[in-house]
Ligand binder design. Structure first.
Ligand SMILES: [Ca+2]
Ligand SMILES: [Ca+2]
Length: 200
């Protein structure tokens, strides 16, 4: 192994990259993130609200209304880690309506659904076999998804069930931000370049 003096610019770059990666890794171990709907999450995968970050998710809070009857959020699930979403564990200030939960995969195909688990409240569980982006949906009873070619393409019917909601989550993560991925990628690339230079 070659060793370089501390003042060498390549060494400094490696240290900076290692520090950046350490900070990013530390972020991943934080306690669960509670995401609050920003503006209005859309009803389709193309207009879903992506929950960005580098942390496990513990809950999503938001609201539906008569002209905003479903909300979709992009989250990240991990193969082999069971995912659950529940409207059952919240205080009386949330979920005072007949909730329905949906889970769609990255292609908009429905992979899980639950309407009434306890009373009118919902508990959805799913064991992913593929790691990646999924879409968590919440709506009121009677507002049902429609599909084109197996993928979510709209919602039909009407519902009089809506209001503030809180969905308690386990086994879910925020979607890594592009900037975070870029920084981590640059760090790894720089570290690799430094190794190649050192090996000469
Ligand atoms: Ca909404
Ligand atoms: Ca229900």
């Amino acid at each position: 192994m070659f060793s370089l003096p501390m003042a060498h610019p390549t060494r400094r770059l490696k240290l900076l990259c290692a520090a950046a990666i350490a900070v990013l890794s530390a972020g991943a171990s934080h306690a669960g993130l509670v995401h609050t709907e920003a503006g209005d999450a859309g009803e389709l995968t193309g207009s879903a609200q992506a929950i960005l970050g580098n942390a496990p998710l513990s809950a999503v809070r938001g609201g539906t209304s008569d002209n905003d009857a479903a909300d979709l959020f992009a989250i990240r699930l991990t193969a082999g880690t069971e995912f659950t979403a529940s409207t059952e564990d919240s205080s009386l200030s949330f979920n005072a309506f007949d909730t329905v939960l949906y889970l769609f995969d990255a292609f908009g195909q429905q992979v899980a659904f639950n309407d009434d688990d306890i009373g009118s409240q919902s508990l959805l569980s799913f064991l992913p076999t593929v790691t990646g982006v999924y879409f968590l949906g919440i709506t009121g009873a009677s507002y049902v998804p429609t599909f084109t070619g197996g993928s979510l393409s709209g919602w039909s019917s009407l519902t009089s069930e809506f209001g503030p909601y809180e969905i308690v989550l386990t086994g879910a993560n925020a979607v890594p931000e592009p900037a975070t991925l870029l920084l981590a990628g640059l760090g790894l690339a720089a570290a690799g370049a430094a190794r190649r230079r050192t090996a000469r």
